[in-house]
Design a protein around this ligand. Structure first.
Ligand code: CA
Length: 234
C-alpha cells in the first residue's frame, strides 16, 4: 500500500507540480481545488498526509485545519500548510491552528518534499521505514523482498542492497566509488567494474524485455534510479 497524500490547492500549476513530484517519490496522490470538498474526501478515505493551501475557494485552509483537528479521527493527521508570502503571520508562525508544519510560497521543491517525508516518518514510522516504492516496484526492508507489478523478483543480497541504496534517492547520480562506499562498505577493496557487473545483474532481475528499466546509466558519471520511473502508472 502506498502512502497517500491529499493536495488541496486551487492554483493548478502548483498542484500539478506537487502531484508529479510526489508520485515520482512513490506516493499515491489526490488533488482537490476546493476547500469545501475536503472534509468529505478525508472522511471517506483518510490520507496519510494533507498538503493544505491557506487561501481556498469554499472553505479556507485554516478553517479546514481547525475542523480536522476538532475531530477524533483526524486529530493526528499530518497537515503541511502552504501559505503565500505576506500571509505568514504570527498566527501561522505559532502554528496555533494546529498544522504540523508550513511552507511559504514560492517554496523550494526539495525542501517541501523533505518536510513531507519527515512528517510521514513521524506519523507512520512503520510505513516509511519499511517500504520503498516507485512506480510498480516495492522493496520491503523487513522481509528483504522486492516485487514488480506484484511478481516477486529474485535478487541476490548485493543487488538488493544496491537497489535499496539507489531507490532511497531517486534521480540522484552516484559514481561507482560512491556506490562501492555505500553498498559494499568504505573499506572494501573491490574494483569499480564490480559495480557494473552487479548493476547488470540487478537490471536483469528487475526488468523483463518489455518493461521500463528504472536504472539510468549516466555516461561518465555513474548510475541513478530514474526519478521519472515513479511517475509511471503500474
Ligand atoms: Ca490559494
Amino acid at each position: 500500500m502506498k502512502t497517500r497524500v491529499l493536495i488541496v490547492e486551487d492554483e493548478e500549476p502548483i498542484a500539478v507540480l506537487l502531484r508529479y513530484n510526489l508520485e515520482a517519490d512513490g506516493y499515491a496522490v489526490e488533488t482537490e481545488a476546493r476547500g469545501d470538498r475536503v472534509e468529505q474526501m478525508v472522511a471517506e478515505e483518510p490520507p496519510d498526509l494533507i498538503i493544505l493551501d491557506w487561501m481556498l475557494p469554499g472553505v479556507s485552509g485554516i478553517e479546514i485545519c481547525r475542523r480536522l483537528r476538532a475531530r477524533e479521527q483526524t486529530r493526528r493527521l499530518p497537515i503541511l500548510m502552504l501559505t503565500a508570502r505576506g500571509e505568514e503571520s504570527e498566527r501561522v508562525r505559532g502554528l496555533s491552528i494546529g498544522a504540523d508544519d508550513y511552507v511559504t510560497k514560492p517554496f523550494s521543491l526539495p525542501e517541501l518534499l523533505a518536510r513531507v517525508r519527515s512528517l510521514i516518518r513521524r506519523a507512520r514510522p512503520d510505513l516509511s521505514d519499511r517500504l520503498l516504492e516507485a512506480g510498480d516496484i516495492v522493496l520491503d526492508r523487513e522481509t528483504f523482498r522486492v516485487s514488480r507489478a506484484s511478481r516477486d523478483l529474485m535478487l541476490g543480497p548485493t543487488e538488493f542492497r544496491l537497489l535499496e541504496y539507489l531507490m532511497r534517492s531517486p534521480g540522484r547520480v552516484y559514481t561507482r566509488a560512491q556506490l562501492l562506499d555505500g553498498v559494499w562498505g568504505r573499506d572494501s577493496d573491490i574494483d569499480e567494474r564490480t559495480v557494473d557487473v552487479h548493476v547488470g545483474r540487478l537490471r536483469k532481475a528487475v526488468s523483463t524485455d518489455k518493461e521500463v528499466d528504472p536504472i539510468r546509466t549516466v555516461r561518465g558519471a555513474g548510475y541513478a534510479f530514474d526519478e521519472r520511473f515513479g511517475a509511471l502508472k503500474p
